[in-house]
Write a protein that binds this ligand. Structure first.
Ligand code: SF4
Length: 307
């Protein structure tokens, strides 16, 4: 993003130089303890210089870490997890540890952080200054074409569950700032304080979310059958439950890459199923069933009111 007024990014009406100075001042104000920016620890080391390392490495001496003075080294650091797996979403909580970027000036600090967490610092600054430009889901979905064009058909409740599954702290450290549309909130309940000291808003659904939404649409459009004690499920979902139990029993759960949505054991797919199951009310005793005017959103198995 450029600093020239005519080319300024939508989230930085004051220019990137202003956002960069605000980041440095925020880190300076924290003193020697530094600031936790998502999983990174950013510290001022004196003389206008900064250091970035993983928060897990806070107590390690520099000679125990892979040290670089080159801010562009952050690009390779952000590419893979501790296990060497590709990281398609840089805001996932799987930044690898074991490195330190040192002797960074204000400009190099910005560059390095932008490689570790693309666009996060500018969105952080925009969130703090009230200049964040948000695009709600319906608008993002309407822009999709080709194989992703159908995501615009996703119903509101499915969008909400998709966000619970795809965007929670366990899988993405940004905070969703968009809604279903201007008048329809996402109703994201129970989010605690942000991870670290920086609240990094997400102004628009990312490509990972759009791809996940396509998988969710497939599940939502499949015919469902009642499952006693649970929500009605599609055959793919009952198969997913079986695969889940088998993987848990064999200790292989958690080995699926985060972008592989065809795999029923993908963490976001499991989280979507969990969100659907959690949304269903627990069945009451048979004698208590008030079929007339029943308030349940998900009918019980064999409900006489459902034709
Ligand atoms: S859409 Fe969700 S997963 Fe993607 S960056 Fe935003 S919060 Fe994270």
């Amino acid at each position: 993003m450029s600093d020239r007024p005519r080319e300024r990014g939508a989230h930085a009406p004051g220019g990137i130089a202003e956002a960069r100075a605000a980041l440095a001042a925020w880190v300076d104000d924290a003193g020697p303890a530094g600031r936790a920016f998502l999983q990174a620890l950013v510290r001022a080391t004196g003389g206008g210089r900064y250091e970035i390392r993983h928060r897990r490495d806070v107590g390690f001496p520099l000679d125990a870490l892979e040290v670089s003075r080159d801010p562009f080294a952050a690009r390779a650091i952000a590419q893979v997890t501790d296990d060497g797996e590709h990281r398609p979403l840089k805001s996932s909580p799987n930044l690898r540890a074991g490195w330190a970027l040192v002797e960074l000036d204000e400009s190099a600090l910005w560059t390095a952080l932008d490689y570790l967490y693309p666009a996060c610092a500018v969105h952080w600054h925009a969130g703090r200054t009230g200049t964040l430009r948000v695009t709600h889901w319906r608008e993002t979905a309407a822009r999709q074409t080709g194989m992703y064009g159908a995501v615009k058909l996703l119903e509101t409740e499915a969008v909400r569950n998709a966000v619970r599954a795809c965007c929670g702290d366990a899988v993405c450290l940004r905070r969703v700032a968009w809604e279903v549309d201007e008048a329809t909130p996402l109703e994201m309940a129970g989010e605690g304080p942000p991870h670290g000291d920086a609240r990094v808003p997400c102004p628009e659904a990312c490509s990972m979310f759009v791809s996940f939404a396509r998988q969710v649409l497939k599940v939502e459009r499949a015919p469902r059958r009642p499952v006693e004690g649970l929500v009605p499920m599609a055959a793919e979902e009952t198969n997913q439950l079986r695969a889940l139990v088998a993987a848990a029993a064999s200790g292989t759960l958690g080995r699926v890459r985060e972008g592989e949505f065809d795999d029923p054991l993908n963490p976001r797919r499991i989280r979507y199923l969990a969100a659907r199951v959690a949304a269903a009310e627990a069945p009451m005793d048979e004698g208590e069933l008030p079929c007339e005017g029943c308030p349940r959103r998900v009918p019980c198995a064999g409900c006489p009111m459902v034709t």
